[in-house]
Design a protein around this ligand. Structure first.
Ligand code: SAM
Length: 309
């Protein structure tokens, strides 16, 4: 049994207790490792994520288990077929982004919770906090494409507030009306509505922000969801001022209900981003195997900060 301070971390205690009572091994084993490796830093983050997920109608335990089950099913399918389940963006739009049973049923909540329940996602989040957040200091406005649940936008606003940085307004574009609703609710819990401007839109069609208007950009877990990642990156580049940091996370060999582009190598991804007008500042590559050596999962994820030329 995992023991944590109930008074200090009430939501985490209940959440972990429920997972243990269901005899879940997959998530509980990862939580145990993260607790051992990161202690209070980890459980403070879990508590924050559970607080942010509290506006959802679905219980966090159901969301993380459903999200994980669907994800693992897609990965087994990839091991058998070596191809992603979907090729067509329109198909994914109908089945996932425009489907409340998926988006509000488990997708948005589940994906948010993976940041604190899957080791690989927790490490990606730590990379973001250590390498991207400090680069947002003093910036007046920035943009995230595919904000989903809105956690990254939350972290930026919280950092500006806690550290007394300059006032920063964040813009977000996402194709799903359900992401818009979810992230708006999440951000409204803590921040005034004039600090975030979220819109529905498709990065594959247009990005209506003036040239060189943004001082940082985020494209986390989004370029693998579209047909022409290069065009999306060029649109983002157009909006960014020179020297602005761009945070990119993208996996390869990672089947999901909404992934349509599989890259052949991490090198290919880096070269693609560089060819659209960026230089690489810093990166880490995380694989599922490094956290679960017995796993057959071949996912590798590039997590990087680029700088606009
Ligand atoms: C996997 S989620 C990523 C959420 C968050 N950025 C993260 O890293 O956890 C992908 C998000 O991209 C959005 N998305 C997918 N295709 C898009 C497109 N063509 N234009 C804008 N947003 C898109 C989806 O609606 C979803 O919210």
């Amino acid at each position: 049994m995992i023991n944590i301070d109930q008074k200090q971390f009430p939501r985490s205690s209940v959440f972990i207790g429920e997972l243990e009572s269901l005899n879940d091994r997959f998530i509980v084993a990862q939580i145990k490792t993260m607790l051992n490796n990161f202690g209070d830093e980890y459980v403070t983050f879990l508590e924050k994520v559970l607080f942010l997920a509290n506006t959802s109608k679905v219980s966090p335990v159901d969301s993380i288990l459903d999200y994980t089950t669907v994800f693992l099913r897609e990965q087994v399918r990839f091991q058998q077929t070596d191809s992603y389940s979907h090729e067509s963006f329109d198909e994914v739009y109908d089945e996932v982004y425009n489907n409340p049973d998926v988006m509000e049923g488990f997708y948005l909540d589940g994906l948010l919770l993976t940041q604190a329940c899957w080791e690989i996602h927790y490490h990606i989040h730590r990379f973001f906090c250590n390498h991207f957040l400090p680069r947002c200091k003093g910036k007046a406005q920035g943009l995230e494409i595919g904000f989903g649940h809105g956690l990254y936008l939350y972290e930026i606003l919280q950092q500006c507030q806690n550290k007394g940085w300059a006032r920063c307004v964040i813009y977000g574009l996402d194709i799903s009306e359900y992401s818009l609703k979810y992230a708006t609710r999440l951000l409204k819990q803590s921040f005034s509505e004039d600090l975030f401007i979220l819109k529905i839109g498709d990065i594959q069609n247009e990005l209506n922000f003036p040239e060189q208007s943004m001082e940082f950009g985020l494209m986390a877990e989004v370029i693998e969801h579209i047909h022409s990642p290069d065009q999306a990156l060029l649109r983002m580049r157009h909006c960014l001022k020179s020297d602005s940091p761009l945070y990119v996370v993208t996996p390869m060999n990672s089947n999901a209900v909404d992934h349509i582009t599989n890259f052949q190598s991490i090198d290919e991804i880096e070269k693609l981003i560089i060819s659209t007008g960026f230089v690489l500042e810093t990166k880490e590559v995380f694989s599922v195997k490094q956290f679960q050596p017995e796993s057959k999962d071949r996912t590798e994820t590039l997590c990087a900060v680029f700088r606009a030329l």
